[in-house]
Design a protein around this ligand. Sequence first.
Ligand code: DGJ
Length: 764
Amino acid sequence: MTLLCVMPLAALAENVSVSTPHNTIVLDINKGQEPQFVYYGPRMSDAVVSAMPRPTGGHLEAYPAYGYHVHDITALSIRHADGNLSTDLKVIGWDIKNASVTAPNGKTAPVQTLTINMQDAVYGTQVKLYYMAYQDVDIIETWTEIANTDKAVGKSLTKNSTIALSQFASCMLPIRRGNVYLSHQHGGHNSEARLFEEPLVRGEKVIKNTDGTRGAHLDRCEVMFSLDGPAKELSGDVIGAALLYSGNYRLRIDTDDTDWHYFSAGINEDNSEYHLRKGEIFETPHVALSFSQEGLSGVSRQYHRWGRQYQMANGDKLRSILLNSWEGVYLDIKEPEMDQMMADIKSMGGELFVMDDGWFGRKYRRVNDDCALGDWIVDNNKLPNGVEGLLKSAKKHGIRFGIWIEPEMTNLRAELYDAHPDWVIKSPQRDLRPGRGGTQLVLDLGNPKVQDFVFSVVDNLMTAYGPDSKLIKEHGDEYEPLTYIKWDANMEVLNAGSQYQSMDNQSHLYIDYHRGLESVLRRIRAKYPDLTIQNCASGGGRVGWRPMPWFDEYWTSDCTDALQRIYIQWGTSYFMPALGMACHISASPNHQTHRRVSLKFRTDVAMSGRLGMEIQPKNMTDEEKAQCQQAIRDYKTMRSVVQMGNLYRLQSPYPGHANVSPYSGRNLASLMYVSDDQKQAAFFWWKLEMFQHEHLPKVKMAGLDPDKMYTIHEMNRIDRHPLAFEGKAYSGAYLMQVGLDIPYSHDIDEETDWSSRVLWLEAQ
Ligand code: DGJ
């Protein structure tokens, strides 16, 4: 008897791939068909790629368009000029190019780019999908271009050939079925970047922003997917996805009855239908993807490296230690205090002083936060010798000088608004709805005149006081140039509507705002590449990768309470590197939480990012100043490792979250940075609760060379007696497999709240 056995044959695909050093993405591309997703994961050889079968079970269209044969999980939806809502995209060609491109921060990046050209056979709309794999870092950027190349079809077209985009995701990435967990960050002003981790279940999960101006307000547009169960920090397969956009966005994960997870990311289309005239091209923001088999920390390290190299302005330069005036004097800026603060931060070893809000206003004086935004003219009552007087002080004290602005805003009570009421965002026919201080308004950056104005705010300051100004060229021995700007943005769009856009295009408001913002920032960077600019938006309201090509650092949060900062900085570190993470020592009791925290704990938390101070030093005792001086001296030793090193999150402060030890609970947090050559490392350990007989997990280090011997030295020490391991050397293997027993408390009698330790490791 012949047994006829029919085996299911996996359809062999026309597989096309691009790869980074350790990641590969594969698509199945055939002319006349829709491109299909095949694989994203560890790097695979060409031989393996070409034999890879299409995965089974899921809907794997790489960029599904609404209407023809897809109706549920879509990436694109177009209303064609004749009113037809359906689009049917088929591949008309593709290519892969190896090239060097200019990265957003101006550096040259070697990349391999796959471009897939698709077209609607009836209407002619062209869509290009891009997958750009960096050749020296593990990031693949993907994005889409949609072109109105529509031809006359049906009744329509000679009259009105504009098409309307109602959905325009940057990408769609199917994520395989399994026990997949999502990690994301949520939190508004003063509690940014709180981590949430949840299993992906059937249904739709949406993470979005609708603020209008500040894209990271409340939720961050970056997520990680742990593919095999709850997230782990140091092991396990993890995909990271960061949308590179600073405006309203939407991340969506649809899990249907296939149990595949369909991840799409892009601009939030709510109230943002975009009209594309004949010949126009709409480019979506990019999504940066990264895959690691070294857990969440592994993905973080990949984003940090890529970000420093290719996204962040001056990502290869160490950041200065600064004092910011905000929590020290708030709006009460006065020349003698500014001089005193400069002297104090200099005496503690600091390198830069930043004068925050309150220095400006002529007709309307900025004594409260209800006026004068837009009037970037010195208030001579507060600063009789103008900015020049402060630059003179800075020179005298041998310190850099920086200044605060909020250039996208104005107030009802401002000379700018008196002159240009038509420049503010305002719903047509309706009364204004002002924000902060009862009078703050957002300027409409979609308007080219507003763009020129916002550019001029920085340009005027730099022309008057920058390194190339007449003042500095002629009197550089007397005045320090202005070399730092803190760029703030404290308001959302409250009354959506544009006085600049036509009534047909009111829905362009949000998108054109961010296009305008980017264009201004690009102009500023082109003219002032060496100016240090801090990205601030009511604290961390704009923390994310998109604005960073034009910023050197970011204000992590207005919450400077050291205990809460551990959580905020932990979440922020998922995607953003310590190089730009402004972490400031502030007063106790803390101004936001009113918690009393020891100076030791405050310094140890601030030293794990870009160290700074946010305090009136006049109110500190000599002992406290000496302690800060020591912290700054120690930080200078560790600075390059903290700011440029590889991050290993060892023990999470979040209950039950990604802990590597069996202990869970809010009792301990620990992380470390290791230099690329593994010769130096900075280890941070913070106890988060104080209970008698509470026993803490022993933290194992990570990222060290097992064969190297490391000498341990405690930084920022306050204890009378040295730690048992002070000055002793241990192998990397011992430190990573066994770990050190850190005493739970300090041996001094002073109030220390919780305890903390910073250890410096140097290979012999
Ligand atoms: C909000 C910022 O986050 C603060 O640091 C400070 O600059 C204030 N704005 C000033 O108004």
